[in-house]
Ligand binder design. Structure first.
Ligand code: BES
Ligand code: ZN
Length: 623
């Protein structure tokens, strides 16, 4: 990066308490000094000293399953600051020096669970520090043996940073409000390829000693550190368009590329709505099925589960979602994880707008209605209603309630005004952290403008800070899904499964049908459904997992082999979490089964998922 660009990046990321004057309106200047902008999940003290840029130089070792090397950090410090605090989780620190190799003293404090440990470095006059380190059993990293890949011949490594996992392989300030530019040089075995969430500088790699290759990357825009991501494996590339392409294992390429044909059009649709795509290329990486999420919006390079591939492009809403994060999340970023609905709720709304732009209103209505349905079920089943609030820790409702909130605002203001507001919002706060209070202040300043009637009608604070759904929420039921509801009602009234027109249904219609069934069914009903539609054998992970939830809820023995295979081959939390939770609700039958399946499968799960399920299991076994 040129010194000038670097200076600009530093200016943009200097201080989380005052957005750059050139970009912000005075009305929003104070928002990031409110207490809720303080990120309790980092050890960093960004008002004293903050990281503005990271240079990684790392070797990946597939034998020891560690990464090691250096992280050189540029630091911006307040006058008189003497130290900087970084986040480190299970890292072995070898040394810390200044740019000239002069030793700096450092100390690792006590680790606090998933927060990791504070790494405090005495800066003296240094404004660039070099940390030499190696990772431990890093929570962000999954090292897959060849059997868990599509090609089954070579190992695979990938990272998952959100929310606070990157500190397990990068010693930096791991907080979404502390944006950093970065570069990386990654050394890998020479039959493997490294890809990262930045500009790829060396598509074919460079020699790096016997049996090794190095790949270099850079990210010139200040980026939240949870978006730094790495994958290493037998990875091929195919362009999808001029600035879009897909990375995946060679044997996955044809299916992946076919499912992703509309990616370029999606980028164009998003730009037409929300302004230029600011990150250069938009590529996607399709991972092995162990990947714990549907997708992860790593800057420039969305990571995707292969389970979205069903051959009919039914689930490209996932791609629209991760692409939408290029505005809501990556450009304007939740200041703390309590503001996650600013990422996920906005993104779910934008996702739906992209689906409408590409595939028409009917398709968008179907997906919006599924979300609404999910929200109603989340409210009905919540043991603790306070989880149905937008502001606060992620519980899942930040997606669907957030989407419902923004859709309600769209209808209140009218699409034209709302679209122009949202586009302006992404520009005003581009490359900045945003808080819940900051968004509300901006919305009031730009659109409500002190109109007391409007304020009373919108119930903004209730939407964001109160549980439940305020009156006046906008929702339009989907006629296509109402037909599914009718078919379900006929089946439940005693009609045969063969009369359900499921053979012609899309994934979304099947989701609606299965999720809307009562949790308790008779063995005869389950047999009838499975017999008519071979649900236990479905290769569509959305349909299969929705069916398996019923298998679990009904102790349906003929479905257990399918359940066991599914839990052993898919790591996507959205699918397998409800299955484990369902098992754990059934103490005598389900808990021991969950233990058996989990012990069989745990080495195939990402460390974050494995740790979560181990906690859930221990709690259920102990109670
Ligand atoms: N950013 C999320 C994934 C995430 C959320 C990782 C919270 C860590 C903590 C991603 O954009 C996402 O929302 N993925 C969804 C798919 C989406 C279509 C709802 C998923 O993984 O299911
Ligand atoms: Zn998301």
């Amino acid at each position: 990066m040129s010194p000038m660009l670097r200076g600009l990046a530093a200016a943009l990321t200097l201080c989380c308490c005052a957005p750059s004057a050139a970009l912000a309106t005075p009305a929003v200047a104070p928002i990031l000094t409110t207490a809720d902008a303080v990120d309790g999940q980092t050890w960093a003290q960004p008002r004293i000293a903050r990281v503005t840029h990271v240079d990684l130089d790392l070797v990946t070792d597939f034998d020891t399953k560690t990464v090691s090397g250096t992280a050189a950090l540029d630091v911006r410090a307040a006058p008189g600051a003497t130290e900087i605090v970084l986040d480190a989780w299970d890292l072995t620190i070898v040394s810390v020096t200044d740019a000239d190799g002069g030793k700096l003293s450092w100390a690792l404090g006590a680790a606090d669970g998933d927060k990791g440990a504070p790494l405090t470095v005495q800066l003296n006059s240094a404004r660039r520090i070099i940390v030499t380190y190696r990772s431990g059993a890093a929570a962000a990293l999954q090292w897959l043996p060849p059997e868990l890949t599509a090609g089954k011949a070579k190992p695979f490594l990938y990272s998952q940073g959100q929310a606070t996992l990157n500190r397990s392989w990068i010693p930096t300030q791991d907080s979404p409000g502390i944006r950093q530019t970065w570069t990386a040089r990654i050394v890998v075995p020479d039959d493997l390829t490294a890809v990262m969430s930045g500009e790829m500088l060396t598509p074919t790699g460079e020699a790096a000693g016997p049996g090794k290759r190095a790949f270099r990357f850079r990210m010139q825009h200040p980026t939240a550190p949870y978006l730094i991501a790495l994958a290493v494996g037998d990875i091929a590339f195919r362009p999808l368009g001029e600035r879009t392409g897909v990375y995946t294992e060679p044997s996955m390429m044809d299916r992946a590329a076919a499912e992703l044909v509309d990616t370029g059009k999606m980028v164009e649709a998003a730009e037409a709505l929300y302004g230029p795509y600011r990150w250069g290329r938009y590529d996607v990486l399709v991972l092995p099925p162990a990947f714990p999420y549907g997708g992860m919006e790593n800057t420039n390079l969305t990571f995707l589960t292969p389970t979205f591939i069903t051959g009919d492009r039914a689930n490209v809403g996932l791609v629209a979602h991760e692409l939408a994060h290029s505005w809501s999340g990556n450009l304007v970023t939740n200041a703390t994880w309590n503001d996650i609905w600013l990422n996920e709720g906005f993104t779910s709304y934008v996702e739906n707008r992209l689906m409408e732009a590409l595939y028409g209103p009917e398709r968008a209505e179907i997906e919006a209605d599924l979300g609404w349905d999910q929200l109603q079920r989340a409210i009905a089943s919540a043991e603790d209603p306070s989880v149905i609030t937008l502001h606060g820790a992620g519980t899942g409702v930040e997606y669907i309630k957030g989407e419902a909130f923004l859709r309600t605002l769209e209808h209140a203001f009218g699409r034209a005004r709302w679209d122009s507001y949202l586009r302006g919002y992404f520009d005003r706060f581009a490359f900045q952290p945003q808080t819940t209070a900051g968004f509300l202040a901006d919305l009031r300043a730009q659109l409500v403008k002190g109109d007391a009637d409007l304020e009373a009608k919108l119930q903004l604070d209730a939407w964001v800070y109160q549980p439940g759904i305020p009156s006046g929420a906008y929702h339009k039921p989907s006629p296509a899904l109402l037909k599914v509801d009718e078919a379900r009602a006929a089946f439940l009234a005693g009609g045969p499964a063969s009369a359900v027109p499921g053979k012609a249904w899309t994934t979304q219609q099947w989701k609606r049908f299965l999720d809307g069934l009562p949790r308790k069914l008779t063995a005869a009903q389950l047999n009838d459904l499975d017999g008519a539609f071979a649900l236990s054998a479905s290769t569509n992970a959305y349909i299969r997992s929705a069916w398996l939830e019923l298998v679990v809820a009904n102790r349906y023995a003929p479905g257990l082999a399918s359940l066991e295979r599914f839990l052993g081959s898919v790591g996507r939390g959205l699918f397998i979490r409800p299955l484990y939770i369902g098992l754990l609700k059934d103490k005598d039958w389900g808990v021991p089964l969950a233990r058996t399946y989990f012990d069989q499968s745990k080495t195939t799960y990402h460390p974050s998922i494995a740790a979560e399920f181990e906690r859930r299991l221990k709690a259920a076994e102990g109670s």
